[in-house]
Ligand binder design. Sequence first.
Ligand SMILES: Nc1ncnc2c1ncn2[C@@H]1O[C@H](COP(=O)(O)OP(=O)(O)OP(=O)(O)O)[C@@H](O)[C@H]1O
Ligand code: SF4
Ligand SMILES: [Mg+2]
Length: 423
Amino acid sequence: MVYVEGADELLLVEDLHKWFPIRGGVFSSHIGDVRAVDGVSFSLARGETVGLVGESGCGKTTLGRLLLRLVEPTGGNVYYRLPKAESDRIRAAGVGPNGGAGTAASPETDRELQRLRQEYSIYRFSGKRLKEMRRHMSIVFQDPFSSLSPRMLVRDIITEPLAIQGLGTRQERYERAAELIQAVGLNPDHLWRFPHEFSGGQRQRIGIARALAPHPEFVVLDEPTSALDVSVQAQILNILRRLQRDENLTYLFISHHLSVVRAMSNRILVMYLGQIVEGTDTEELFERPLHPYTQALLAAIPIPDPELKRERIILSGDVPSPAAPPSGCRFHTRCPAVMPICSRVEPPLIPVRKNHWVACHLYPGPQGAAGSAAGTGDLPHRVELPAVAALRPIPFAGAEKPEEPPRDHLPTDNPPFPAAAAL
Ligand SMILES: Nc1ncnc2c1ncn2[C@@H]1O[C@H](COP(=O)(O)OP(=O)(O)OP(=O)(O)O)[C@@H](O)[C@H]1O
Ligand code: SF4
Ligand SMILES: [Mg+2]
């Protein structure tokens, strides 16, 4: 399980699975499953932004939707506002195979886990508790064109979540809409217009205002800027950061663009075919990517300086189908460092440095055993891939790298997104 020691956790994700059934044949019978999310375990601390990256189809959106219970899981749990002692207890009991090795739980531990699931897992919530949870969790969708109802006034779009939750009087809801429309850089006049009267960037601002209306504490940002051009992207990212500071929000930031994720997140999780393969602090990931897949992703980021050259890592083969993931390590069909063990044994996600987790047989852990204690010193059995030596620290996507944000885990005062300087 990827987590930060001592952090104040808002959500704890335990061995989460979502398999979509595939039906076929004359009787539309169940012939297989798309393993969109397949054993994911991590935690999110209050006030942080965790970036989620990976190729198209690896399960990012499905994971984001699972965290909000917009889809029901096939297995696993998401614990909400779990007291610290209880999260440690869940970790000690162990999670699923890819989330790190677990121990066989005694009947007493098993009973205790059942109690915690009953009390804190969002998939067990119902009635008032579920409504309360929904109020505190929100999402900004990728597509600003299809995510707003064309027949509703902007005022009603923004106040709809408040009305559904029965929060405030009508007057108070309109006041919140007026406050938010200005917070996202639009005018109160815009409340009286319909979505088709706005550009893509403006619609995305409206989507952000709607997501924030009920004062959520956790927001999934599912590629919130990928449909927008670069200058508008920068404006939206800066708005998101400011709102995070002002409203004390926790973000899961999903994106294909590693440079955007770098600018926004203080931690990054890398997903491949439904599983997390690496997770650590942003700067650590860019300076010391360990998983061959992460290295390939980073090596593919273009460098804006023609003088600088970086060796590209070309991944061979197509992305395998999540309906039939490869045996052992799912990346073995494309990995430049593949070994005989890789196709046979699934590598568990283990800590190989402080707060740095990786699922790869190149890093077997201090005792060479899956799920062994966290290594805090030099990497054990570190194998230097040829491509790693060629990787340099990745320059920022903008012209100049801004001042380093404080790396004390929480993004209290991150600098503005670099491209904004050019606006
Ligand atoms: N409702 C669904 N029914 C069946 N399969 C689905 C469903 N939703 C997603 N999938 C499948 O699950 C896998 C993961 O999809 P998901 O949308 O989570 O990926 P993603 O990482 O967000 O991709 P992208 O970067 O393109 O948005 C894909 O193979 C997708 O086809
Ligand atoms: S476990 Fe093997 S195949 Fe998988 S990433 Fe590591 S070296 Fe490559
Ligand atoms: Mg997606």
